[in-house]
Write a protein that binds this ligand. Structure first.
Ligand code: GAR
Length: 188
């Protein structure tokens, strides 16, 4: 039996990556348990999964300085060892990231280092790319930067639009995120 680490998920919206990690975390040999969900939006749909599965959650609708102060306290007192950003649409301060160096990971909907930032699907289509995908990476002080853990690639078909691409990439994200978490803790 794996001694599971305690992880925290940061969300801002639909939380489908959170849902997928939560499902996998039920496996006996998955390396983490989700011990806390943090949302910067009270109406984030993803909070419903936390409520449904009785995962502790906090909503912090404050500026980032106050947000980070509250989160830091929670993370220390709940002994969290991994922070997973999953559709968290705020930028953490350099100071916060330095405090948790090597312990914050993020999922981004492109094949990094290409297409950092927002609106990745529209930009990929505009540039007539042949492939896109998603990347799970450690968070460092630069946006969508940091050591890559897992990348998943999909072929873009002729009639794909941004919405279709989003759906296809999100399906890959669900595999990629849990794969990355297993990889960090070297579990197959
Ligand atoms: C995901 O597709 C994720 O890659 C993206 O937000 C979505 C969240 O979906 N993240 C970013 O764009 C971060 N720059 P979810 O809330 O259903 O997991």
């Amino acid at each position: 039996m794996v001694k599971k680490k305690r992880a925290c998920i940061f969300i801002s919206g639909s939380g489908t990556n959170f849902r997928s990690i939560l499902k996998n975390s039920r496996e006996y040999n998955f390396p983490i348990n989700i011990s806390l969900v943090v949302s910067n939006k009270r109406n984030a749909v993803g909070l419903n999964y936390a409520k449904k599965f009785s995962i502790p959650y906090i909503i912090i609708e404050k500026n980032m300085k106050k947000f980070e102060k509250i989160v830091l306290k929670e993370i220390i007192c709940r002994k969290i060892s991994l922070i997973c950003l999953a559709g968290f649409m705020k930028i953490l301060s350099k100071n916060f990231i330095r405090n948790f160096k090597g312990r914050i990971i993020n999922i981004h909907p492109s094949l990094l280092p290409k297409y950092k930032g927002l609106n990745t699907f529209a930009r990929v289509i505009k540039n007539k790319e042949k492939y896109t995908g998603c990347t799970v990476h450690f968070v460092d002080e630069k946006l969508d930067n940091g050591l890559i853990i897992v990348k998943k690639k999909i072929l873009i078909k002729k009639n794909d639009n941004a919405e279709i691409l989003k759906q296809k990439v999100q399906l890959e994200e669900y595999n990629a995120y849990s794969m990355a978490i297993r990889k960090i803790y070297a579990v197959n």
